[in-house]
Write a protein that binds this ligand. Structure first.
Ligand SMILES: [Fe+2]
Length: 324
């Protein structure tokens, strides 16, 4: 794939997701026991001599940083999902990876030239994210975005839940964001950050639609959904390397009494076989497998006539409206 216009090296996909929730430990339970993630072996935080300091305070503190934030890993990265204690529920930040640190300065200049306020991360922010360098800015809907490079890696995931995640050059999965106005958001992600639109679907009477954007070979790392004024996270998708991983996660979700928001099904556009469940913060978690990879000769197009080859009962225009 051609590198996108933001940098010669290009974006490496969705690198990490931070959310805010009143009870991070409930998230740790859900993420480890149902989804098959693991507590971070060393929660990020102040380093000693530049090196992360292991948490030695016992299993009940596994993955928990000094401020009560929970950090979860799903591959060799030190962590991929962070849950920070807070009164509000929902998205705190999204981290997109820049493959070459040498591109960061040029990327910041290019973003700034488009009239977007962008700043370098502080040393505390670099430690809190476990990265070598970082820039912070916002999309037009007010979502905090971070461009980062040189993430810390440690040990591979060693989950006893029978699931392994597809990450690497494709990033950790995808997110779907609500935006109040689709046009400025599309302009921003495509023209400023260099995402390409893979396809889109219109539904509903008033231009409601969902636009699927990629920055790696993954069909989409980000999709934008305009259904009204709210912004925020509609769902986060994590991709299993096997169908069994999806099925076993569904079994665990049912056994744990987690609300299933959509039955197993296969999307028509990215061909992912998946199900959706309600996470502890109200937004959905999609667990998928077999997502489509896109090549350079891909032709952007519109889909009409329904979003699924089969299944996904419960996933319709009504269910995509944000909760009150
Ligand atoms: Fe999805």
């Amino acid at each position: 794939m051609q590198p996108n216009q933001l940098s010669p090296g290009g974006l490496g996909g969705l690198g990490y997701v931070g959310i805010e929730a009143p009870d991070p430990l409930a998230w740790r339970r859900f993420a480890t026991e149902v989804c098959g993630l693991e507590p971070a072996l060393i929660p990020p935080g102040p380093r000693a001599g530049g090196v992360p300091v292991p948490n030695t305070s016992g299993p009940e503190h596994a993955g928990v940083a000094a401020d009560g934030s929970v950090f979860l890993k799903m591959d060799r990265r030190q962590w991929r999902l962070a849950v920070h204690p807070g009164q509000t529920q929902g998205l705190a930040y999204l981290g997109f990876e820049l493959l070459l640190e040498s591109d960061l300065e040029a990327a910041m200049e290019s973003i700034s030239k488009r009239g977007v306020a962008i700043r370098s991360g502080t040393s505390e922010e670099l430690e809190a994210r476990s990265v070598g360098n970082l820039a912070v800015f916002e999309d037009p809907a007010g979502h905090r975005l971070e461009l980062f490079c040189r993430p810390i890696v440690d040990e591979p995931l060693c989950s006893d839940r029978g699931v392994e995640f597809l990450t690497g050059a494709l990033g950790m999965g995808h997110v779907v964001l609500y935006v109040a106005e689709i046009d400025p958001a599309l302009d921003f992600y495509r023209d400023v950050l260099g995402f390409k639109r893979t396809d889109y679907m219109q539904f509903g009477p008033d231009g409601m639609g969902i636009h699927f954007l990629r920055c790696t070979r993954r069909h989409h790392s980000l999709a934008l959904l305009q259904v009204g004024p709210p912004s925020g996270l509609q769902h986060l998708m994590l991709e299993s390397t096997t169908l069994d991983g999806v099925g076993k996660t569904l079994d665990r979700a049912l056994a744990a009494g987690v609300e299933i928001s959509s039955s197993l099904g296969r999307h028509r556009n990215d061909k992912t076989v998946s199900f959706y469940m309600k996470g502890p913060s109200g937004f959905d978690i999609e667990i998928g497998w077999d997502g489509l990879l896109v090549d350079d000769d891909w032709v952007e197009h519109e889909f009409a006539g329904g979003g699924d080859d089969w299944g996904h009962q419960g996933l319709d225009a009504e269910s995509l409206k944000p909760a009150e």
